[in-house]
Design a protein around this ligand. Structure first.
Ligand code: PLP
Length: 450
């Protein structure tokens, strides 16, 4: 379907001349321009050249309820009229943020009863870094400062969050702060070899204990992990991995942080992956699906152990943002949570669309350039290989993935490539027909790439 938009190239030129976009090769954009997204509705985005594109990424893993949801628009509009802004610094608060805090305490795992707000996942993780170090200082253990993360982990783009994450390209560009360590994730496709799932889970988790022993438990504040690594390539842990991880954290008295920025708000078929996987984190990072991306908002869920220490003898925590607990963002988040409940999205993903996605992707496993398919709830990945004997990876990592992604976009579907893995994270409102369409386009893209 084409839409009339004759001025697309004007916007493109204006943009290319001045806009330094995130995670973008500037030379390429200055030369070719960016795709101008003009509007969106349901599960489709529309560009200035008249293309209608099925959004199999839910924006950037965030538009959980799909586009064009009037109740979120109404919540924002009404709140802007009533109270568009006031800060929460000076012993003041607002009604939406109070209601949202209670609601988040109810739906997150037991023991996470306290919430600190920010605007992005990166800021929330920065907050966590300060908060855990402050916590240990109050506990009389100021040396406990190191935070252990994982290779391919993504926790944001601020200097601290990027240092904590495990993306080496980011480390190379001035995100190399001290006191962050990284271990190998349980990436079965690359590392499992001939071991069985239980052995692989135990061995992958043992790398955390090795690291703690190497740097000394007295120096380690926390271990942070995405329950499923998203931006790193939808890396799903083997059963039992996090049981071992949690036992290790307990044994060495290290806080366990679950970054649920992607896995939260129904994406795994549970409100949070922590509930699906039996995790009891001390802190949890939330963003994206909190407002389905309609307005920026993030949150740190703080467990009772940390919160009680901060409350008991912390004094003032010198930390916060102008927009922490923004009333409009809070109102949109509440409307978003209402809608997720009203539409039954969490159970729909668990019982219907999640299993349907798994079986639809399984049909691609025999394709000559597919080495593995995997999914969990509404997260999916397809690993491309040069040959199925081995499996043998492409030498020029990322080239086949980028080609396959571009073919998918040319056929009307947005998906991402991480190295040579094709990534899908559609809105939770996707129907089985949407999944069929998505898999049909993926098949076309695979055929063209082969
Ligand atoms: N944590 C995870 C797991 C993420 O996937 C992201 C973003 O993709 C972030 C943190 C950072 O969030 P933001 O981009 O809102 O700063």
């Amino acid at each position: 379907m084409k839409i009339d938009n004759s001025t697309s190239s004007t916007w493109q030129q204006m943009d290319a001349a001045h806009h330094l976009a995130p995670f973008t090769d500037y030379a390429e954009i200055r030369e070719h321009g960016a795709r101008v997204i003009t509007h969106a509705d349901g599960h489709y985005i529309y560009d200035g050249d008249g293309n209608m594109i099925l959004d199999a990424m839910a924006g950037l893993w965030c538009v959980n309820v799909g586009y064009g949801q009037q109740s979120l628009v109404d919540a924002a509009t009404e709140q802007m009229r009533i109270l568009p802004y006031y800060n929460n610094f000076f012993k003041t608060t607002n009604q939406p943020v109070a209601a949202l805090s209670q609601r988040l305490a109810e739906i997150t795992p037991d023991g996470l009863n306290n919430v600190f707000y920010a605007n992005s996942g990166s800021e929330a993780n920065d907050t966590i870094i300060r908060m855990v170090r402050h916590f240990w200082a109050l506990e009389g253990k100021p040396a406990k400062r190191k935070i252990i993360g994982r290779t391919y982990g993504y926790h944001g783009s601020t200097v601290m969050a990027a240092s904590m994450g495990g993306m080496v390209d980011m480390h190379r560009q001035a995100a190399d702060q001290p006191d962050f360590e990284h271990i190998r994730p349980p990436y079965a496709f690359l590392y499992q070899g001939n071991s069985d799932e239980a052995e692989f889970a135990a061995h992958s988790a043992s790398l955390l204990e090795d690291k703690i022993v190497e740097v000394g438990a007295d120096n380690v504040a926390a271990f942070i992990a995405e329950p499923i690594q998203g931006a790193g390539g939808v890396i799903i842990p083997p059963a039992g991995y996090f049981d071992h991880i949690q036992a290790i954290c307990k044994r060495h008295d290290i806080l366990f942080i679950a970054d649920e920025v992607i896995t939260g708000f129904g994406r795994t078929g549970h409100w949070f992956a922590s509930q699906a996987m039996g995790l009891a984190p001390d802190m949890m990072t939330l963003a994206k699906g909190l407002t389905s991306g309609y307005v920026p908002m993030s949150a740190v869920m703080v467990g009772d152990r940390v919160a009680q220490r901060l409350i008991a003898d912390g004094g003032e925590f010198y930390h916060g943002f102008t927009y922490s607990g923004h009333p409009v963002a809070s109102a949109v988040a509440l409307a978003n949570l209402d809608l997720i409940e009203e539409l039954g999205l969490v159970t729909r993903v668990r019982d219907e669309t999640g299993p349907y996605l798994a079986s639809a992707l399984a049909r691609l496993a025999d394709h000559p350039i597919v080495g593995e398919v995997r999914s969990y709830g509404m997260l999916g990945a397809i690993e491309l290989v040069k040959s199925k004997d081995g499996p043998t990876l492409f030498e020029d990592v990322g080239k086949a993935g980028a080609l396959c992604r571009d073919h998918a976009i040319a056929h009307g579907m947005m998906m991402r490539a991480v190295r040579d893995g094709m990534i899908m994270s559609p809105p939770l409102t996707f129907t089985t027909q949407d999944i069929d369409k998505m898999v049909d386009i993926v098949t076309l893209a695979l055929d063209k790439t082969a």
